[in-house]
Write a protein that binds this ligand. Structure first.
Ligand code: HEC
Ligand code: HEC
Length: 267
């Protein structure tokens, strides 16, 4: 009798492990990216072998966070996120112990050079729409339940790996727009605590389009405080034409820039 209970206990304790969710807050296993390269031939047809997709309707995956990609693949496979094309594609990935195949694929795409590095003209001429997008992205809209996107996705749109918050910088505008629409309508409902549902629902069409245009041209390398810094180039983006005085006041002396540059190089 005792052994029956023991067997049952073992069964109960081990069964959940077989269906356990992938731990998408962890780090990719060693050698995962190289292994992933052998699994992505089918994905490349739409997402590109360099992770830059062939159509703006398909998301770029280059440099997207490992943790986020892993979560999305798991969500497509479980049905938590649905898409006519991608749900089918995710099921073509052969099952593997501890989600090894999903981790390998996620590691592969996360290691490719970031999507923002592929922009033809990162410093796109600032249009009115992009400026509106920047304001909403950086500060949110007070009184309208739209928080600053930067608070979670980063000022440079670089996302947050351990938190599985996606990179937005350099993502296709058409794709970003459909995701915001789908979060708002509830078609996509896999964000933790439905945070993106609440946010997207509070936005109007013009605001969504402005955000999509803004993040498309966003390059984390040009945003102060993130990545390699080029302060003079950054300062130029801040100073509208005809405000030379302000620009001069806000621009550090060349010796300060040089010292900062030398400091960065020394590390
Ligand atoms: C026939 C085209 C096609 C193929 C092939 C394809 N995908 Fe996709 N993929 C899509 C589309 C379309 C979406 C956007 C789905 C949506 O709107 O929810 C997507 C979304 C994704 C996302 C979510 C990205 C994000 O930013 O949220 C990941 C991850 C992904 N695909 C990985 C893969 C992998 C891995 C493979 C290969 C096993 C693959 N895809 C094959 C079309 C494709
Ligand atoms: C509280 C944190 C938080 C804030 C604030 C936030 N987001 Fe998100 N966002 C997330 C998380 C987490 C996800 C990933 C959801 C998932 O797991 O599928 C996400 C996903 C997205 C996606 C989908 C990207 C993709 O590759 O599919 C878009 C687009 C997006 N957010 C845009 C925005 C915009 C625009 C704002 C500001 C108006 C914003 N977010 C504010 C946390 C946040």
């Amino acid at each position: 009798m005792k052994s029956v209970w023991a067997a049952l206990l073992v069964a109960v304790l081990t069964a959940p492990a077989a269906y356990a969710k992938a731990d998408y807050h962890g780090l990719p296993p060693a050698g995962a990216a190289a292994q992933g390269a052998t699994l992505v031939a089918v994905c490349a047809a739409c997402h590109g072998s360099n992770g830059i997709s062939v159509s703006p309707a398909y998301p770029n995956l280059a440099g997207q966070h490992y943790n986020y990609i892993l979560k999305q693949l798991e969500n497509f496979r479980s049905g938590a996120r649905k898409n006519a094309i991608m749900s089918t594609m995710a099921m073509t990935i052969p099952p593997s112990k501890d989600h090894a195949n999903l981790k390998d694929i996620a590691a592969y795409f996360s290691r490719l050079s970031p999507m923002s590095a592929h922009l033809a003209s990162p410093a796109a001429a600032a249009s009115q729409q992009i400026e509106l997008g920047r304001t909403i992205y950086d500060r949110g809209v007070a009184g309208k339940d739209i928080p600053s996107c930067a608070a979670c996705h980063g000022l440079g749109g670089e996302g947050n790996g351990p938190m599985a918050i996606p990179v937005l910088a350099g993502q296709h505008a058409a794709y970003v727009l459909t995701q915001l629409e789908q979060f708002a309508s509830g078609v996509r409902h896999n964000s933790p605590g439905h945070v993106m549902h609440s946010i997207a629902r509070a936005m109007n069409a013009a605001q969504e389009a402005a955000i999509a245009a803004y993040v498309r041209q966003l390059d984390p390398a040009t945003v102060l405080g993130i990545g390699p810094k080029d302060f003079p180039a950054y300062a130029r983006t801040l100073a509208p034409a005809g405000t030379a005085g302000r620009k001069a006041a806000g621009t550090p002396t060349s010796s300060a820039t040089g010292a900062a540059g030398a400091g960065a190089a020394a590390h």
